[in-house]
Design a protein around this ligand. Structure first.
Ligand code: DGI
Ligand code: FE
Ligand code: FE
Length: 199
């Protein structure tokens, strides 16, 4: 890896999260976990680590700031995002990674953009960031974490199906609106996993 470039990014992210140490450690956890999964799945470690470091780079903004920034940068806001503006930290994060952090890499920025909802047929790098965000070592809320942490090293698609299913169950239990992309991710990875089991 280009350790110097990574260290510069790490320091920038640390500064952005200076008021939120936990978010910084979550970010380091996602970057490290992404690098491990990149080793397992033959993806560039440097790109995975970079995407992990920046995935929540827009997370320090409030809902109002997220909405205002998206408007300012002409980023489209869907009905679902208007109802749950925190979802925009992913979309805006992908934009800022390119524009503010100078990461001119479409796949890294797309992995950041889709890290919260996922999308059908993700690239390996996108899949890695989506799942690393859920399983990184400092995460401890979900009760199926041990199962998914082990499963992801055997079958990443199946692990994504489990995460998408748990997220939908969690959102339903809290009566929170579910973004259409989250549903599409769940449907795609469910079918993908089932089809492979039949084969
Ligand atoms: O930013 P993080 O907290 O590290 O993680 P994240 O970007 O995956 O965001 C997690 C939160 O997003 C979690 O509370 C579940 C929520 N979320 C995921 N998919 C959807 C969603 N919230 C809504 N309203 N709709 C979704 O489809
Ligand atoms: Fe996030
Ligand atoms: Fe995160």
């Amino acid at each position: 890896m280009n350790n110097e470039a990574i260290d510069i990014l790490r320091k920038q992210v640390k500064k952005a999260f200076k008021k939120d140490k936990r978010r910084y450690w979550h970010t380091i956890g996602v970057a490290n976990t992404s690098a491990c999964l990149a080793m397992r799945y033959g993806v560039s470690m440097e790109r995975a680590y970079t995407a992990g470091l920046l995935h929540d780079c827009a997370k320090c903004l409030t809902d109002t700031e997220l909405l205002e920034s998206c408007k300012k940068f002409h980023i489209e806001i869907s009905d679902s995002e208007r109802r749950s503006p925190y979802l925009l930290h992913a979309k805006l994060g992908g934009y800022l990674a390119w524009e503010q952090y100078g990461i001119h890499d479409d796949e890294i920025c797309s992995a950041i953009r889709f890290h919260t909802t996922g999308q059908p047929h993700m690239t390996r790098l996108e899949e890695i960031i989506f799942i690393a965000d859920y399983i990184e070592p400092f995460r401890n809320r979900a009760d199926n974490l041990d199962e998914i942490r082990s499963l992801v090293f055997k079958d990443i698609s199946q692990a994504i199906y489990c995460v998408a299913e748990s997220t939908i169950e969690y959102l339903n239990s809290k009566n929170k609106p579910i973004d259409p992309a989250t549903v599409r991710t769940y449907e795609y990875y469910r079918k993908y996993s089932e089809n492979r089991q039949d084969a």
